[in-house]
Design a protein around this ligand. Structure first.
Ligand code: HEC
Ligand code: HEC
Length: 288
C-alpha cells in the first residue's frame, strides 16, 4: 500500500481523492461524537422495544411498557375530578352564604366561576364582564334585577325573557311601533328622560314629557325615574345606560323597545356550576 500523501498547506493526510486539483483531507469525525452517535442508536433500539413507536398498516407497535398518553390524560382527569368532588359535594350541600363564608369553598368557587364565565358568559358580557351595548356590565353596583347573591343566582337559573316558565320577564311597550305615543310625544318624553340625568334637554319639551312619563312610564321606571328592581326597569337618572344615553339611542328604545334576552342556565349547567357563577359574579365588585 502506498504511503498516504500529506497535504503541504495543512500538514494533514489526504484521502487520495482529487477533483480538478482539489484534494480531500482525511479528517474523521471526533471520537466523542461517534460514541454519542452509537449510544443514540443503541438507545433507540431499546426505546423501540419499550415504547409505542412503529406505525403498522392499521395500528402501531405498543411497546413492552404499555405507555399511552391517552391513559395518562384519562388518569389525570380522573384525579382532578376526584380532587374536585370533595368541593363540589360541599357546594351542592351548602347555601350561597355558606359558600361565601368558607374561605376554601369561596376560593374554589371563584376559580370555577371564572372558568365557567369564560366558557358561557363572556360572548355576551365580555371577557372582563364589562358588558356592551345591550349587555349589562356586571362589575358595577348597578343592577337591573338585583345584586344580592340570591338575586343573581335566580337570574342565572331562570334567565331574562328566556322563555323559561319562571323567567324574569317584563317588557317595555314599543311606544312608537305600536302607536301608543305620537312622534312628538316620544320626542318630548325623550327630552324628559335626558333631563333626568342632567343631559342636554329642551326645558319646555321636558316639561311636556314629564306629564307623559307620569302616565306611561312611571309604572315601571318609577315617578322619579329611578327604576325598579322587581320589574327589571333601569334607573334612568344615573347616567349608566344599557342601550346608550344619546338622544337617538333613547328615542330608539322608547319607539321600539328592546327587551334583551338572557338564556336560562338551569337546564344547561350543573347546579354547582351555577352557584359558583353566582358567587363569582357577586364578587366582581358590585355584589350587594
Ligand atoms: C346571549 C347573551 C347572554 C349570555 C350568553 C349571558 N347573558 Fe347575562 N345577560 C344578557 C342580557 C341581554 C342581559 C340583560 C337583560 C335585560 O335587559 O334585562 C343579561 C343580564 C345578566 C344579569 C343581570 C344583571 C342585572 O343588572 O341584574 C346577570 C347577573 C347576568 N346576565 C349574568 C350572566 C352570566 C353569569 C352568564 C353566563 C352563565 C350570562 N349572563 C350569559 C345576555 C347574556
Ligand atoms: C312595562 C314596563 C315599562 C314601561 C311602561 C316603560 N319601560 Fe322603559 N324599560 C323597561 C325595561 C324592562 C327596560 C330594560 C330592559 C330591556 O328592554 O332590555 C326599559 C328600558 C328603558 C330605557 C333604556 C335604558 C338604558 O339604560 O338604556 C329607556 C330610555 C326607557 N326604558 C324609557 C322609557 C320611557 C320613556 C317610557 C315611557 C314612555 C318607558 N320606558 C316605559 C320597562 C318599561
Amino acid at each position: 500500500m502506498a504511503r498516504p500523501e500529506i497535504d503541504s498547506v495543512t500538514g494533514v493526510e489526504t484521502t487520495g481523492h482529487e477533483w480538478d486539483g482539489i484534494k480531500e483531507l482525511n479528517k474523521p469525525l471526533p471520537k466523542w461524537w461517534l460514541w454519542v452517535f452509537y449510544a443514540c442508536i443503541i438507545w433507540s433500539i431499546g426505546y423501540w422495544i419499550a415504547m409505542p413507536t412503529w406505525p403498522l398498516v392499521s395500528d402501531f407497535t405498543k411497546g413492552m411498557l404499555g405507555y399511552s398518553q391517552r391513559t395518562v390524560v384519562a388518569n389525570s382527569l380522573a384525579n382532578a375530578r376526584a380532587a374536585q368532588s370533595g368541593f363540589l359535594d360541599k357546594i351542592a350541600a351548602s347555601d350561597l352564604a355558606g359558600i361565601k363564608a368558607d374561605p376554601a369553598l369561596l376560593q374554589f368557587s371563584l376559580a370555577g366561576g371564572a372558568a365557567a364565565f369564560g366558557d358561557n358568559c363572556a360572548p355576551c358580557h365580555g371577557r372582563g364582564a364589562q358588558g356592551a351595548v345591550g349587555y349589562p356590565n356586571l362589575n358595577d353596583d348597578n343592577w337591573l334585577w338585583g345584586g344580592t347573591l340570591d338575586d343573581i343566582h335566580k337570574t342565572l337559573q331562570v334567565g331574562i325573557r328566556s322563555g323559561h316558565e319562571d323567567a324574569r320577564d317584563n317588557a317595555m311597550p314599543a311606544f312608537g311601533r305600536d302607536q301608543i305615543l305620537e312622534p312628538g310625544q316620544i320626542s318630548d318624553v325623550t327630552d324628559f328622560v335626558l333631563s333626568l340625568s342632567g343631559g342636554d334637554a329642551n326645558a319646555e319639551a321636558a316639561a311636556r314629557g314629564k306629564v307623559i312619563f307620569a302616565e306611561q312610564c312611571a309604572a315601571c321606571h318609577g315617578e322619579d325615574g329611578k327604576g325598579s328592581i322587581e320589574l327589571g326597569a333601569p334607573n334612568l337618572t344615573d347616567r349608566i345606560w344599557l342601550y346608550g344615553g344619546t338622544r337617538d339611542a333613547i328615542t330608539d328604545v322608547i319607539r321600539n323597545s328592546r327587551a334583551g334576552v338572557m338564556p336560562a342556565w338551569k337546564e344547561r349547567l350543573p347546579p354547582e356550576t351555577i352557584k359558583q357563577l353566582a358567587v363569582f359574579v357577586h364578587s366582581l365588585g358590585g355584589g350587594q
